[in-house]
Design a protein around this ligand. Structure first.
Ligand code: ADE
Length: 230
């Protein structure tokens, strides 16, 4: 079994790449695919770059060329709602692309026209495993819910209200929904696990810098616990 691990930014995979026993490194589509063993499991770990196109290209390479059996996307996200704070973990049970808009044709916002699903559902076993491995503490809580993905760093209260009202989303980020889409098309079980770096409001970019490191640590820890049990 080979597990594909995707992070959007180098910081998001920095800790695990240091711990990995590397067998080979391939460059494809300007991305480094690190193949080897991590915490006892065969993995291909890759930094895909920011945004939906990078993430989709990366996920498709993992599917077509590495024939991965599962995909896990780890990283950071903006939290939606007052209960969710920086450092908390969000495990996506489903994802939507909030910037997909074919409402002019009568589709609901987020619906990819002519696709037979509205949202992309994470593998239920991976969600359960992730939740059990998330080890809530005084420092962080864990939430399971929908993530809204789009090519936008969300930094406005109006937008987070919209994402919550329209999609019932509890976090927003820029890759998960497109990785989920590619996994759906290739029938690969996946899960998206994010730790909150900011509350996607007007101070989001400053919080992002402040809390990024702790958020990365939290999402890496959960992955470590999961890989031992997968
Ligand atoms: N990733 C981390 N914070 C984010 C935000 N506020 N919007 C989109 N992606 C993010």
């Amino acid at each position: 079994m080979v597990i594909g691990i995707i992070g959007a930014m180098s910081e998001e995979l920095e800790i695990l790449l240091k711990e990995m026993s590397l067998e080979k490194k391939d460059i494809k589509a300007k991305m480094e695919f690190n193949y080897g063993t991590l915490w006892g499991k065969k993995v291909v770990a890759v930094v895909c770059g920011i945004g939906k196109v990078n993430a989709a290209v990366c996920a498709q390479i993992l599917a077509s060329e590495y024939k991965v059996d599962k995909v896990i996307n780890v990283g950071i996200a903006g939290g939606i709602g007052e209960n969710i704070r920086p450092g908390d973990l969000v495990i996506a049970d489903s994802l939507v692309q909030h910037d997909m808009d074919a409402t002019a044709f009568g589709d609901k916002r987020g619906q990819i026209p002519r696709l037979d699903t509205f949202d992309f559902k994470s593998d239920t076993k991976l969600v359960e495993l992730a939740y059990n491995c998330s080890k809530e503490s005084n420092e962080h809580k864990s939430f399971v819910g929908r993530i809204a993905t789009g090519d936008e760093f969300v930094a406005s209260v109006d937008k987070i209200r919209f994402l919550n009202k329209e999609f019932n989303a509890i976090a927003c980020e820029m890759e998960g929904g497109s990785i989920a889409h590619v996994c759906y098309l290739n029938s690969i079980p996946f899960v998206v696990i994010r730790s909150i770096s900011d509350n996607a409001n007007t101070g989001a970019h400053m919080d992002f810098d402040k809390f990024k490191d702790i958020a990365v640590k939290n999402s890496t820890n959960i992955l470590k616990n999961m890989l031992k049990l997968i």
